[in-house]
Design a protein around this ligand. Structure first.
Ligand SMILES: [Zn+2]
Length: 530
């Protein structure tokens, strides 16, 4: 359909377009068009029932007398003046007449043309402060419309089945009310919003509802078919397109004619109930946009996420709030969520290449350029308090979410710990620690987190370790180590009262305490480059 829309003329309507519409309608079987009109079907519904796709015909404004002008010289019609565009189409319930009931105050609104409705939508988008470079139009229609379509189609089938023009047609070839509305609006919206319709992050959602529940509709349709079945006691439909349609198919037999009369009555009954337009709810929104990068945490008093216990804040700030409070205002979103690949304790710094994180912004009114995202990165890195930093900040797709989660479990992490030992370490101790490669350890859930984690025993791998002496000190060392993700480093150093086996202390036969810890590398490819 996209190509057909692209081929059509620009989104302006002129006299030629109206003339072209007349020609299109004139080319249709006039007696069928007049019949559809007489049961209250609107011009655009007639176009779609006959499979007319060109958007220009749907955009043309229609006067109540458009159709009588088309058929002014028709011999099929006794009284032209009775051919008036219905106030509310019995089939689409006003949707393709751009007539609807406002969702809030139930006021009936009539837009002259697609242009009027598109203008209203684009004003709404601007009012809400959106800056967009594309949109996707989503339309939801109530089930009663589909039922109406089936009833009207069955009616046409009954009347025109034997005629040549009808035999080439089927209901699935008709254009749905939903698609017809999209055809009517898309180009006009593209012109008014000065951007193309595309599958992007910005959505325009039109939700049409109708107060009759679908249950009632079903019953009434079933009722029609039910009475038909009782009358004939046999299925003599010619159609093979499926049970539902088969049930409403008719033959030219006498019994069939009886069915036709029944259905005709039913059609009037059914359609007569529907003389109010659908309610329309507009919604413009942007789906989540994501900022990805790697954060650094220079403070031992900043938590990763906002951490409040009994109304008391833990630490002076959080990475989450610093990132969110800087990112949210530039895209004017409703709110944000912070996600990271793992976490470190509040008193642990995050250095080196940083830790991958994502900030998800909901309903952003504006999507900043990559250039302004770079400026934002500079701004965060130059914050006076220097609590956190950020690397490689950029706009990323939602697939980055999986990318970040995938590497998380098997990643390696590198640390530097300031360690105290109860005995002086000799060079042999340093060598024996360095010689350890991919050592398996067993860790029971640490005592300090037992209140929030279930008691388990986990196997973890210490990939390598290296002790660096501190000049002038014989009992304080820097321990560099690389471990499997999820290893409790503090517990590995001091042993956690024997709950981690072996531990750094148990290997060296000494009491060991950890005084400071930094994460120096999170070995993941995610957001590692600009
Ligand atoms: Zn209609």
């Amino acid at each position: 359909m996209a190509t057909e829309i692209a081929k059509a003329s620009p989104a302006t309507v002129n006299g030629d377009d109206v003339g072209a519409l007349y020609d299109v309608v004139r080319a249709l079987p006039s007696h069928a068009v007049i019949e559809l009109f007489s049961i209250g079907v609107c011009t655009r519904c007639i176009l779609r029932l006959f499979g007319v796709r060109e958007s220009v015909h749907y955009r043309s404004p229609l006067s109540p007398s458009t159709l009588s002008s088309v058929f002014s010289d028709s011999t099929d019609l006794d009284n032209h003046s009775s051919l008036r565009e219905p106030v509310v189409c019995r089939l689409c319930l006003g949707i393709l007449q751009f007539t609807y009931c406002e969702d809030k105050d139930k006021k009936v609104v009539r837009k002259e043309s697609a242009d009027g409705l598109a203008g209203y939508i684009s004003d709404l988008i601007r009012e809400q402060g959106f800056e967009i470079d594309g949109f996707s139009l989503e339309v939801s229609i109530p089930p009663v419309i589909l039922e109406n379509e089936r009833i009207v189609w069955d009616h046409m089938k009954t009347k025109y089945e034997s005629e040549h023009w009808f035999q080439e047609r089927s209901l699935p070839e008709c254009i749905s009310a939903k698609d017809a509305l999209k055809i009517s609006l898309t180009e006009t919206l593209e012109t008014k919003l000065d951007c193309k319709s595309s599958i992007g992050t910005f959505r325009i959602r039109l939700t049409y509802t109708y107060p009759i529940s679908s249950k009632t509709v079903e019953n009434s349709v079933e009722g029609c078919h039910g009475s038909k079945r009782r009358k004939t006691g046999t299925h003599n439909g010619l159609d093979t397109r499926g049970d539902d349609i088969k049930r409403s198919g008719f033959s030219t037999s006498e019994a069939g004619s009886l069915q036709a009369i029944e259905l005709s009555k039913c059609l009037k009954l059914r359609l007569e109930q529907t003389n109010e337009p659908c309610c329309l709810e507009f919604l413009c929104y942007r789906t989540q946009i994501y900022f990805g990068g790697r954060y650094l945490k220079y403070s031992r008093n900043v938590s990763q996420s906002c951490w409040i216990i009994d109304d008391e804040r833990m630490g002076e700030a959080s990475v989450e709030e610093i990132m969110g409070s800087n990112i949210l205002p530039i895209c004017r979103g409703d709110k944000y969520k912070f996600h990271a690949a793992g976490r470190e304790d509040i008193d642990v710094r995050m250095l080196g290449s940083g830790r991958p994180f994502l900030v998800e912004v909901q309903n952003a009114r504006y999507v900043p350029s990559q250039e302004s995202v770079k400026d934002l990165q500079t701004k965060i890195n130059n914050l006076q308090n220097k609590l956190v930093g950020v690397k490689n900040l950029k706009l990323v797709g939602s697939q980055s979410w999986d990318l970040m989660r995938e590497g998380e479990a098997e990643k390696q992490k590198q640390y530097t710990a300031l360690v105290w030992t109860s005995r002086i370490l000799k060079d042999e101790d340093l060598q024996s620690i360095s010689s350890i490669k991919d050592m398996c350890i067993l860790q029971r859930t640490p005592i300090r987190v037992l209140h929030r984690r279930s008691p388990l025993e986990r196997e973890k791998i210490i990939h390598w370790m290296r002790i660096e002496r501190i000049v002038g000190s014989s009992q304080y060392f820097l321990l560099h180590l690389c471990t499997q993700a999820g290893t409790y480093i503090k517990e590995f150093v001091h042993g956690d009262l024997g709950r981690t086996q072996p531990s750094f202390g148990s290997i060296l036969g000494t009491r060991a305490e950890i005084l400071r810890l930094d994460v120096t590398d999170v070995k993941m490819d995610c957001f590692l480059t600009e």
